[in-house]
Write a new protein. Structure first.
Length: 212
């Protein structure tokens, strides 16, 4: 079974005293915890923002997480910004696939903003930069980039939560592609076509906000 997960705002999540040596303490998009009994999970047009730190050590956070034995992962048009500050031997990761064979990372994954101090972690090796990540996952993510998004607000109660500053100079502009699934995803939540989008995705009416 394939599950499509799209048009979500995910942020304002915290784990102020958590510790972990194996899996993330805070997870933006979790291919197993959110979607059970899936052979494939497609994340389209989502925005994730994780920030803060923990008094515990080590602390580890993942913008996207797939555990060992998880489904095939596809990422298209997502903003994954993990600006958290790891402690001890922890790490802040954009894409975390725990002991997953590369074959379960869909080759069409692309057009994502992957911003974190560690771009990619496979459960063994941490790849700090997007260039490091490209070297091991190519041809995946060839049109992806790493930019700290210019959000109007990262406060969950704000009407501007995870909206992009208007008229800002950003790589997010017109960087996404149409997603042809039912329903076809052709506009972002501000009704902008990919040719003039301020964001990488057509987000809009669902948001995940809160704390752990």
């Amino acid at each position: 079974m394939t599950n499509d997960v799209y048009n979500n705002l995910v942020g304002d999540l915290r784990a102020p005293s958590a510790t972990s040596t194996t899996i993330p303490n805070v997870i933006g998009l979790d291919a197993v915890a959110q979607i059970l009994s899936s052979n494939a999970v497609n994340f389209y047009d989502n925005t994730v923002y994780i920030a803060g730190t923990s008094s515990g050590a080590p602390v580890r956070d993942g913008g996207v997480f797939v555990p060992s034995g998880g489904p095939v992962l596809k990422l298209r048009n997502n903003i994954i910004a993990n600006a958290s500050i790891p402690t001890g031997s922890g790490r802040a990761v954009a894409v975390w696939r725990n002991y997953q064979p590369l074959a379960t990372y869909d080759t069409s994954s692309n057009n994502n903003d992957l911003y974190a101090s560690t771009a990619y972690y496979d459960g063994v090796t941490a790849y700090t930069t997007l260039s490091d990540m490209w070297a091991v996952v190519s041809p995946r993510e060839s049109a992806s980039f790493s930019e700290n998004p210019p959000f109007l607000s990262t406060v969950g109660s704000s009407a501007n939560f995870l909206h992009i500053v208007p008229a800002s100079l950003t790589l997010l502009e017109s960087h996404a592609v149409n997603i042809n699934i039912p329903p076809a995803l052709t506009d972002d939540y501000d009704a902008r076509h990919p040719s003039r989008k301020r964001r990488l995705r057509r987000n809009g009416n669902r948001a995940r906000r809160g704390r752990r």
